[in-house]
Ligand binder design. Structure first.
Ligand code: BDP
Length: 737
């Protein structure tokens, strides 16, 4: 139990009572039945709006899914379950069109009706994974057709039709054509073979390695359904800090069993490849990528994997980064390493995703410059089945970073985006931070690689530099917790990632709207306030953790609470290396007078960041060392502005708490209570961040926190002495309460 101060308790109880009273008075009925979150956004509860329900019931009376294939079976199961739940009645599966209201699903090959409809042109545009949904007349009867060129395309269409009903949208005159803009839409698990999850905050790994391949958890199927419903088509099962054991025959059989479950849902499996596997597993003396025996070992290994898993996707590799082995151990380049693996999987149609997350503390350079310096010269040196996977920013998944300067800078090498869904640096399981706006901010950033409008999205979807292959990856936030993601709202980040991977030009606000409707309620008095909460949440976290372009000032090891004072053996992992606070000011000078990291951006982005007058406030201290008393755009000094942001972050959390209390009774109590208690944790920990960080920076600035602000709960010494539990997966710090 946490010890909450008396004052806090009193304030919170009063707040809760007043809002609960208001909510209860307003509520007509008792709250809906409790839910635990397992069903994610695929809850398929009865449509509550009577006129919509009548519309849906009239429009959908039969399900017609001709043909037989594992995916077509998945389609009819999903539609039968979904429609039964949403419409509150069984929809018979039929093959004829005697009555109005058939939903006809399939491809021109599986369905003669679909083949006969004039859909050719639209289907041509839909490509391999896209679909068309149309209200049509067949044999004089009204029908809805859901057509793809492949079974998987039709499956995506089926989920899209269900979403229409789940979000209370009309299905009267349906005319939807949609297709993914990115080919590889990956979910990367950082799961270890002992079922721990690196940076996982939602329990253990889903993969029950000891029971595989003989026993298959029903969760595998639900995992596949959820992913397929948002268009994810690839899963990397294992941690980038890889274990060679997963490449053993015993484990290949286990991986094959998972691949069999996922295949009907259009999801391929991929593995992380430990670069030194030929030594550790093959008994070779070297893992040198130019050594003939090493190359042969990988070719044989690939052949062996493909015998068990014919549609195996390929390898993801972290090499020469944070202690992982790699080609540089043999004085070879990243391209040498990637190409060796690419050559091994190429005959089978496989690919290699080679990570650009590299930095070394032996290089005295600004850490954020290293990936660019190392990879840009290799542009054009990679085989055609290699994609280079680049984190969204040049540091490491911080609450806010400018976009990675590699985007746009490697026109001859397909670059993939890597986002982190698991919120290692944004409050992990408990803090509510909707990442849609973070993803969107990066995707919409203009690199200027080919002039105005060269957005990051247009780089990774291949439209700017004509990449033949395109991809995006999200580091998963999923585990064995009943609600999958450790908190109800973390589900939204999995969801938003999938939707943006499908179409990186979508708006994160629209995606939040859909998610709330599918997850909680279509009631506008729920949708509107919850959406508002979600949309301010990421900025709230930035404000109370790392405002104005600060970064990497978290506690070491668990990365949860504040630790701007932390001392670490490696300079490039030490907070003071990043914040550079001193008696004059704070911030990392990355202009020409400093590390000159700005030069890695194309003009005019370079000039915009380099110039104090044009750099956005959000990135000020990322690019500049600014005097404590220097005036900001607002007219206030930097110190006052810093204080303002830290306090605003806490205020935003409080406003999120009030908003949430306002919807009490409109959603089920179980999920309501969980979110409410987590917001309580977030409010405490936002203050922990604010009070600890500001008082620490005060030791440099010697400036006061103006009187109008509430006083810090404890002196700095208290925070410096805090020892949070060592458990990396649940690093609560009870003492701060
Ligand atoms: C950092 C994580 C570390 C990962 C590393 C990576 O702290 O656990 O192994 O990224 O992406 O954010 O390789």
């Amino acid at each position: 139990m946490w010890s909450i101060t008396k004052r806090d308790t009193a304030v919170r109880v009063l707040l809760a009572l007043s809002f609960a009273f208001a909510a209860r008075v307003g509520a007509q009925t008792s709250p809906p039945p409790n839910e635990d979150g397992y069903d994610l956004w695929l809850r398929y509860r009865l449509v509550p709006d009577a006129s919509r329900l009548a519309e849906y019931r009239a429009a959908i009376t039969r399900l017609v899914v001709p043909g037989d294939s594992p995916t077509l079976r998945v389609i009819s199961d999903e539609l039968a379950t979904g429609l039964q739940g949403l419409l509150g009645r069984t929809i018979p599966i039929d093959e004829s069109f005697r009555v109005d209201g058939s939903v006809i699903v399939g491809t021109p090959r599986s369905s003669r009706t679909i083949a006969a409809l004039p859909l050719v042109a639209e289907l041509a545009r839909a490509g391999r994974e896209g679909f068309v949904i149309r209200s049509v007349k067949v044999a004089g009867k009204r029908a809805i057709v859901v057509a793809g060129n492949t079974d998987v395309g039709a499956l995506y269409g089926a989920f899209r039709l269900l979403r229409q009903l789940q979000t209370n949208a009309s299905i009267a005159e349906l005319s939807i054509m949609d297709a993914p803009r990115i080919q590889l839409r990956m979910l990367d698990h950082w799961d270890n073979l002992d079922r721990t999850v690196e940076r996982g905050y939602a329990g253990q790994s889903l993969w029950e390695w000891k029971r595989l391949p003989d026993s298959l958890s029903p969760r595998y199927r639900d995992y596949a359904r959820a992913n397929s419903s948002i268009g994810i088509n690839g899963t990397v099962l294992t941690n980038v800090n890889a274990n060679a054991k997963v490449l053993s025959p015993e484990y290949i059989a286990k991986v094959a069993a998972l691949a069999n479950v996922f295949r009907p849902y259009g999801i391929r499996v991929y593995l992380t490849a430990r670069f030194s596997a030929p030594i550790e597993m093959g008994g070779l003396k070297t893992a040198d990528p130019l050594d003939a025996a090493v190359r042969k070992w990988w070719r044989n290994k690939a052949d062996e994997i493909y015998r068990a898993i014919p549609d195996f996707g390929g390898f993801l590799v972290k090499a020469n980064s944070e202690g992982q082995p790699g080609p540089q151990d043999y004085k070879r380049t990243h391209a040498d390493g990637a190409n060796m693996l690419a050559e091994a999987v190429a005959p089978h149609g496989g690919i290699v995703m080679w990570r650009a997350f590299v930095y070394s503390n032996e290089v005295p350079l600004d850490r954020t410059k290293q990936a660019y310096d190392e990879f840009k010269p290799l542009d054009g040196a990679f085989r055609s089945n290699v994609l280079v996977q680049v984190k969204n920013g040049p540091l490491d998944f911080q609450p806010r970073e400018p976009f990675h300067p590699l985007f746009g800078a490697m026109p001859k090498t397909p670059l993939m985006m890597e986002f982190q869904i698991t919120k290692e640096y944004l409050g992990q399981d408990t803090h509510l931070a909707y990442l849609g706006p973070l993803f969107e901010e990066v995707l919409r950033s203009d690199t200027w690689a080919k002039g105005k409008g060269s957005t990051v999205a247009s780089v990774i979807d291949g439209s700017l530099q004509h990449y033949a292959r395109t991809g995006i990856a999200g580091v998963a936030n999923i585990g064995t917790d009943r609600n999958w993601t450790g908190s109800q709202f973390n589900q939204a980040n999995w969801y938003a990632y999938g939707r943006l991977a499908w179409d990186p030009r979508q708006s994160s606000a629209d995606i939040a709207d859909d998610w709330i409707r599918m997850t909680f309620s279509n009631d506008s008095t729920v949708v509107k306030p919850v959406k508002h909460m979600m949309l301010i949440s990421r900025d709230a976290v930035v404000d109370y953790m790392t405002p104005l372009g600060l970064a990497h000032i978290m506690a070491s090891n668990h990365h949860y609470g504040p630790g701007p004072w932390a001392k670490l053996p490696r300079a490039d992992q030490t907070p003071s290396y990043f914040h550079r606070a001193d008696s004059i000011g704070i911030g990392f000078d990355r202009t020409a007078a400093g590390s000159n990291a700005v030069e890695q951006y194309f003009p005019p982005v370079r000039e915009r960041f380099a110039n104090r007058d044009s750099v956005p406030d959000a990135f000020l201290l990322w690019f500049h060392h600014v005097g404590w008393n220097e005036p900001m755009r607002s007219g206030a000094t930097l110190w006052d502005e810093l204080v303002r942001h830290y306090y605003a972050g806490v205020d935003s959390v409080r406003s999120m708490e009030r908003t949430w209390i306002g919807i009490q009774g409109k959603i089920d109590d179980a999920r309501f209570d969980e979110v409410e208690s987590f917001l309580g944790i977030q409010e405490h920990e936002a203050r922990w961040w604010r009070d600890a960080a500001l008082q620490y920076f005060q030791t440099f600035s010697h400036l006061p926190i103006p009187d109008r602000y509430e006083r810090p709960a404890h002196p700095l010494s208290f925070y410096l002495e805090l020892h949070c539990p060592a458990d990396r997966t649940r690093p609560r710090c009870p003492a701060v309460y």
